[in-house]
Design a protein around this ligand. Structure first.
Ligand code: HEM
Length: 179
């Protein structure tokens, strides 16, 4: 997992819960990196899981909810860091339908070792999109947060539902209907 995902996560934890909580979860997680991340470095996904687990225990907020809130923050980072990718879209559904064949391909040019999910489109109309998320990392709530913010960004809204195909969340169907 790319360092930018860790550095932005720890910044958000500091903003919401304070530096003591950042120090506490880093210490508890017993990380090979010792919590010293650089944005362009690459670190084990297990470090993120460990940080999320300890933060969840400390705050009593579920990992899914933490990932949702974190994704909403991460969308701002994306808009600030890669404005030209976002600017190439005029419509949120078009943008979401292009994660697989454009957006994440651009991400791979920037970070060749990024670990990305796949989104397979089942069907798409002018106001609806159904697709299947697949990833060994089960970060579908992170995807949901990014999708919510994609609609906000275009001043639009949608009803997004998730249906687990695999119980462990490695395969999830997203149904998105524009309001
Ligand atoms: C992961 C970039 C848009 C879904 C990531 C990562 C980056 C990234 C850097 C982390 C990869 C790693 O740590 O190795 C971007 C950029 C985008 C964008 C620059 C737009 C310009 C989206 C959108 C979605 C999305 C709109 C909507 C669902 C995900 C998910 C992950 C991810 C779910 C977590 C990894 C996983 O589930 O396996 N993305 N992304 N991304 N992205 Fe994107």
């Amino acid at each position: 997992m790319k360092g930018i995902v860790f550095t932005e996560f720890l910044e958000l934890v500091e903003e919401k819960f304070g530096l003591e909580v950042v120090d506490k979860i880093i210490t508890q997680s017993n990380l090979p990196s010792k919590g010293a991340y650089t944005a362009v470095g690459t670190y084990a996904f297990s470090e993120m899981l460990s940080l999320l687990n300890h933060l969840s225990n400390h705050t009593n907020i579920s990992i899914d909810d933490l990932l949702l809130v974190y994704a909403e923050h991460f969308f701002k980072v994306i808009v600030d860091s890669y404005p030209e990718i976002i600017k190439s879209y005029k419509d949120p559904l078009e943008m979401l339908a292009s994660i697989e064949n454009h957006i994440h391909l651009e991400v791979l040019k920037i970070y060749p070792d990024a670990e990305l999910p796949t989104f397979t489109i089942i069907d798409k109309t002018e106001d609806s999109l159904n697709m299947i998320y697949k990833s060994s990392r089960s970060m579908h709530y992170f995807g949901l947060g990014l999708m919510n913010k994609t609609f906000d960004h275009f001043k639009a809204s949608a009803t997004i539902t998730m249906e687990k195909i695999k119980e462990n969340g490695t395969e999830v169907k997203f149904s998105i209907i524009k309001n």
